[in-house]
Design a protein around this ligand. Structure first.
Ligand code: ADP
Length: 485
């Protein structure tokens, strides 16, 4: 067996409520598995509905003081959290890699990205100016102020266990909100480690609470029915997002939703082939394909199609697939056996409909939830993988001859998170970018995520934006006062 470099017994595993680490009252602890070895690496507390409400009590008790804490002070605490996360980057990356399975290099990239949200929102915390000006009639003044929206429930997925947590916690805290974080059941350890760091950075008790639970629907449903909760920020599947939007309707809670994607990756005949291949590898294989931004469908102009397909397949076949925590690994396992099953079904479906396997197309015969990096060509539009989010190391390719047809195919999905577009003609790129129905476009770029930029989707990919200046506004209530003097 391979060396496991991590001392996981130093990590917190209990609920964090009001600054205390508490056992859950929801029954037996929840086991956390390493997808590379299938071994249990830790067990975390299992919260009950009462624990969920206790977290709301704690967030409510801390709310007034935190909202009244000077923005500069909040900024300095967030900045300290950035520094502590950066100092512990290697350790955090190992935690991520162990519970999620992703390659250590991806995990290191995630820690750097995650920590940046603390730095960015440390800088935003002191820039929440309002407005004051005369009404058009001149009869009075229009004063606009920004207040913290109130207690925020933050529900995060397993694919970026650090970054999805910090992308929500940082703007919530910067805006002056207290919060309850509910990490994914598969990856609670990273979230708990981040919460511990926040405490060490000076975040007061009750400002950040963490609830892990097996009865997610029940506990989160109860929290969302508590009138003290005013904000929901969710990242996960569109299916669960729809459920949560209904849950949030009872108390008319403000919702930010980062949901599924089905990103097209378009390569035009005037593209730089090498740059497009580099971008394709990044857009497809960052996080082993387990990203909502992952390129899901590749549409390549027929003039480049054969060359692109062969070179892409060669690059995918050359990846080192192994245990996530090993430094040489480029592609780790999928998160769980159900993910392997689902992806294999998608591949079988595409092959049955006439797609040709250029590389991969099968599970790996070893311990762990591994699937070979796969490239399929001539995948017909009716194949399920062209319509559904793949969330794994599978790249389906199709060719096109006509720009209009390519844009129509790109937009023919209920999703609208991100599109990728490669062309040597920037004027054409900008023209087509505006026609792509997605919240984000990578124009000659295979990676767009940046804490300084507004991340988010159109259509069934979501509501609202995270990151940039937009991100903090999701945690703000706008107060208008008409003033006569
Ligand atoms: P993924 O496929 O990325 O796991 P999910 O949408 O299933 O996406 O899960 C994202 C997050 O939502 C996780 O933290 C999960 O535990 C949580 N979740 C799943 N079902 C519910 C639900 N009914 N109510 C609240 N949260 C849920």
């Amino acid at each position: 067996s391979k060396p496991r470099p991590l001392a996981l017994d130093t990590l917190p595993t209990r609920l964090l409520i009001g600054g205390d680490w508490r056992d859950g009252r929801g029954g037996e602890d929840i086991d956390v598995l390493d997808p590379s070895t299938e071994a249990v690496v830790a067990s975390v507390a299992n919260a009950s509905v009462e624990d969920g409400i206790a977290a709301v009590d704690a967030a409510a008790a801390a709310a007034k003081d935190w909202a009244a804490t000077a923005p500069r002070r909040r900024a300095e605490i967030l900045r300290r959290a950035f520094e502590l996360m950066t100092e512990r980057a290697d350790f955090l990356a190992a935690v991520i890699s162990t519970e999620n399975g992703k390659a250590l290099s991806d995990a290191k990239g995630e820690v750097a990205y995650a920590a940046e949200f603390f730095r960015w929102y440390a800088e935003e915390a002191v820039r929440l100016a309002g407005d004051l000006g005369p009404s058009p009639s001149g009869a009075y003044n229009i004063m606009v102020q920004h207040e913290p929206i109130g207690i925020a429930l933050l529900i995060t997925p397993w694919n970026f266990p650090a970054a999805m947590a910090t992308r929500k916690i940082a703007p919530a805290l910067a805006a002056g909100c207290t919060c309850i974080l509910k990490p994914a059941t598969e990856t609670p350890l990273t979230a708990l480690a981040v919460a511990e760091i926040l405490g060490q950075a000076g975040v007061p008790a009750g400002v950040v609470n963490v609830v892990t639970t097996r009865s997610t629907g029940k506990v989160m449903g109860a929290v969302l029915r508590d009138p003290r909760v005013r904000k929901l920020s969710f990242t996960g599947s569109t299916e669960v997002g729809r459920v949560l939007l209904r849950e949030a309707s009872h108390q008319v809670i403000s919702c930010s939703m980062e949901l599924g994607g089905n990103a097209p990756f378009l390569v035009f005949e005037d593209a730089d082939l090498e740059a497009a291949l580099d971008g394709a590898m990044l857009a497809k294989m960052r996080n082993g394909g387990e990203a909502c931004t992952a390129a899901n469908r590749f549409y390549v102009h027929e003039a480049l199609y054969d060359r692109f397909a062969d070179a892409f397949a060669a690059r995918m076949a050359a990846l080192t697939v192994d245990d996530g925590v090993l430094p040489e690994t480029q592609c780790g396992p999928l998160v769980n056996p159900a993910a392997v099953e689902r992806i294999d079904d998608l591949v079988q479906d595409a092959v049955a409909r006439g797609a040709k396997v250029l590389t991969g197309g099968h599970r790996l015969n070893r311990t762990g939830y591994f699937y070979a990096p796969t490239v399929l060509r001539d995948v017909p539009p009716e194949a399920r993988m062209m319509q559904e989010e793949i969330f794994g190391p599978i790249a389906p390719l199709a060719s096109f001859s006509d720009e209009e047809a390519a844009i129509a195919a790109a937009n023919a999905t209920e999703y609208g998170l991100i599109s990728y577009l490669y062309t040597g003609n920037l004027r054409r790129g900008l023209r087509l970018s505006s026609r792509l129905q997605s919240g984000m476009v990578g124009l000659n770029r295979g990676l767009v995520s940046d804490p300084a930029a507004p991340f988010g989707g159109m259509k069934a990919s979501g509501i609202g934006r995270e990151g940039g200046h937009h991100g903090i506004m999701e945690y703000i209530e706008t107060k208008y006062t008409a003033v006569s003097w």
